[in-house]
Design a protein around this ligand. Sequence first.
Ligand code: NI
Length: 138
Amino acid sequence: MGELLRFGISIEEKLLQEFDKHIAHCGYQNRSEAIRDLIRNYLVENRWEVGIDEMVGTITIVYDHEIRELTEKLVNWQHDHSSFIISTLHVHLDEHHCLEVLVVKGQAGEIKILADNLLGTKGVKHGKLTMTTTGQGV
Ligand code: NI
């Protein structure tokens, strides 16, 4: 961590009260810690929006492995995009359903397109891209 700097913020009383209530509920010890997290989140989200930086994330999907050709389609998809996929986790939830978590790394814009395609595959019941950061620059 670099040098800590102090700065003042002007804010409406009511807004600050709401903020204090919320951060206490979330377990923050002080405002500084909460504001630092807010700024980091904002910067990470922005880097995903811009789309050119290298980012990491996870794509989680739930699907029925008994749907004809779906498993094969998903495996082929992963092989075609293997340069973006760092690791995968597969859990057999019950007789029918599988949960898969893919850890992905690459240009934010490309990862988003990949995730949209995967989540949009017919037979994928639910899916989500969680966007985080390599930890560089925030
Ligand atoms: Ni399975």
